[in-house]
Design a protein around this ligand. Structure first.
Ligand SMILES: Cc1cc2nc3c(=O)[nH]c(=O)nc-3n(C[C@H](O)[C@H](O)[C@H](O)COP(=O)(O)OP(=O)(O)OC[C@H]3O[C@@H](n4cnc5c(N)ncnc54)[C@H](O)[C@@H]3O)c2cc1C
Length: 400
C-alpha cells in the first residue's frame, strides 16, 4: 500500500467498487484505493441479496431511488451483457391476494406508467398463464425486471478499476480516522495511509465510520436480517420467474418474494427481522456492544413502537417454518413445508433517524474531506453504476 492516495474508499461492496471504477473513468490521473476488511469482495449485502434488477416501479418520482433505478436497471443489463456476466430480463408479477391490496396495486401500475416502465394489469386467468401455480385477485406484470449475478458484477468493477490503476486492499480494516492538513489520515489493520478525500461506503458500518470521522450522521444503521429459503429441486417448477406481493407502504421492504435466480434456483424471502448484530446472519449472532449501541438509539424505540405488530409477525415467521410456509402459501398455495430448504440470510443496512423514521431514499452526506454513503438500500445493487458515478463526482468535487 502506498502512503497517499487522492481517493480512499472504505468498503469493497458493489457501491464502493462502482465508485472506485467511476473515479478511474472520470479522473484517470487520480490515485484510488479501496480498503475492505474481509478477505474477499462482496461478502456482505452485495453478496447476500435477492439478485434482482429492479425496474424502478416502486419509487417516488423525483427520488434518488427512482432516478438511479430507472437508469441503473438499463445500464446493469448492458454492463452484464458487455462483460459476459450471468443475467436475464425475466419480467415479474406483483400479485394482490386480498381486496385491500387492489387499490395499492393500481397505484403501482399508475406509477410504473408515469416512469415509462412497461406494465400490464392482469386478471386471474392471465396470472395463471404467466405463473400457473400462483393465485391472486389481480397482478401487475413489469416487463423490465430481471436477475443478475451481483457478486460477479462487483468483482468486475474491481477488475476494471484495477486495470485503470486503482488498488484494492483486502483484509484491511479501517480502525480510526484523523484529520490531516491536506485530507485524512486513515488508520488500518495494515498500517496508515493518507487520503485527499475519504469515501465511506461501509454499508452496515457506515454510521460508525462517519462517527470515526468526527461527523454525527444523525442516523444509525439498524440491521434487519432477511432470511431466505429455497425451493427444493423437485419443486422448482412451481415458479417460472419472479413473483412479488404488494408491498406495505409503511415499511421500506418489499415482502417475501419468489425469485428464480441466474443459476436456476428459486429463492423464497427475505423477511425482515431485527438483528442483534450488524453482521447478524443467524439468530445466535449477538454482539453486546453493537446491540447496546443500537438499542440506545432513540429512533429504534420509536420504530419498535410504530412497527411492533409487524415485527412480531416477522419474528414468528422467522422462528416457525410452518408460519413462514403459510405466508408463502397466500401467493403459492401448492407449496408445502417440505418444499422449503433453508438458504443463507442477508442483513440490510437500514438507516433510521432519531425520530424513528426509516430512511427510504439513498442518503449521501459529508463535509470537508469526507463523503459518507449512509443509506444505500435496495435497489442499490441494480443502480450501482449511476450511484457510483454520483459518489465519484462528489468525491472529485471535494478534492478540487
Ligand atoms: C437481503 C437483501 C436483499 C436485497 N435484494 C436486492 C435486490 O434484489 N436488488 C438490488 O438492487 N438490491 C438488493 N439489496 C440491496 C443491495 O444488496 C445493497 O443495497 C448493496 O449491496 C449495498 O452495497 P454496499 O457496497 O453499500 O454495501 P456492502 O455490500 O455491505 O459493502 C460494504 C463493505 O464495507 C466493508 N466494511 C465495513 N466497515 C469496514 C471497515 N471499517 N474497514 C474496511 N471495510 C469495511 C464491509 O466488509 C463490506 O464489504 C438487497 C439487500 C439485502 C440485504
Amino acid at each position: 500500500m502506498r502512503s497517499h492516495y487522492d481517493v480512499v474508499v472504505i468498503g469493497g461492496g458493489i457501491i464502493g467498487l462502482s465508485t472506485a471504477y467511476a473515479v478511474t473513468r472520470a479522473a484517470p490521473g487520480r490515485s484510488v484505493a479501496v480498503l475492505e476488511k474481509e478477505p474477499a469482495l462482496a461478502r456482505h449485502q452485495s453478496g447476500r441479496n435477492s439478485g434482482v434488477i429492479h425496474s424502478g416501479i416502486y419509487y417516488r418520482p423525483g427520488s434518488f431511488k427512482a432516478r438511479f433505478a430507472l437508469r441503473g436497471a438499463r445500464e446493469m443489463v448492458e454492463f452484464c451483457a458487455a462483460h459476459g456476466i450471468a443475467h436475464e430480463v425475466t419480467g415479474k408479477l406483483i400479485v394482490a391476494t386480498t381486496a385491500p391490496e387492489l387499490p395499492r396495486l393500481a397505484d403501482l401500475a399508475r406509477r410504473g406508467e408515469q416512469h415509462g416502465i412497461p406494465v400490464r394489469t392482469l386478471g386471474v386467468r392471465e396470472i395463471a398463464e404467466h405463473e400457473p401455480h400462483v393465485r391472486g385477485l389481480a397482478a401487475v406484470h413489469v416487463g423490465t425486471t430481471g436477475v443478475a449475478d451481483y457478486p460477479a458484477v462487483a468483482r468486475r468493477f474491481a477488475e476494471l478499476a484495477a486495470r485503470d490503476g486503482a488498488e484494492v486492499h483486502l483484509g484491511c480494516e479501517v480502525l480510526a480516522l484523523t484529520r490531516a492538513p491536506d485530507g485524512v489520515m486513515v488508520h488500518t489493520t495494515a498500517g496508515e495511509v493518507r487520503a485527499g478525500v475519504l469515501v465511506n461506503c461501509a454499508g452496515l458500518h457506515s454510521d460508525r465510520v462517519a462517527r470515526m470521522a468526527g461527523d454525527e450522521p444523525g442516523v444509525r444503521i439498524i440491521p434487519f436480517r432477511g432470511e431466505y429459503y429455497e425451493l427444493a429441486e423437485r419443486s422448482r417448477g412451481l415458479v417460472r420467474n419472479l413473483v412479488y406481493p404488494v408491498p406495505d407502504p409503511a415499511f421500506p421492504f418489499l415482502g417475501v418474494h419468489l425469485t428464480r435466480d441466474v443459476h436456476g434456483g428459486v429463492h423464497v424471502g427475505p423477511n425482515a427481522v431485527l438483528a442483534a448484530a450488524r453482521e447478524g446472519y443467524r439468530w445466535r449472532d449477538f454482539r453486546a456492544r453493537e446491540a447496546a449501541d443500537i438499542a440506545g438509539w432513540p429512533g429504534l424505540r420509536r420504530v419498535a413502537r410504530r412497527h411492533w405488530r409487524r415485527e412480531v409477525g416477522e419474528l414468528w415467521r422467522s422462528a416457525s417454518k410452518t408460519a413462514f410456509t403459510a405466508a408463502v402459501r397466500r401467493m403459492l398455495p401448492d407449496v408445502t413445508r417440505n418444499d422449503l430448504v433453508r438458504a443463507p440470510a442477508g442483513v440490510r443496512a437500514q438507516a433510521v433517524r432519531a425520530d424513528g423514521t426509516l430512511v427510504d431514499d439513498f442518503l449521501f452526506t459529508g463535509a470537508g474531506p469526507f463523503v459518507h454513503v449512509l443509506n444505500a438500500p435496495s435497489p442499490a445493487a441494480t443502480a450501482s453504476l449511476p450511484i457510483g458515478r454520483e459518489i465519484a463526482a462528489r468525491a472529485l468535487r471535494t478534492l478540487e
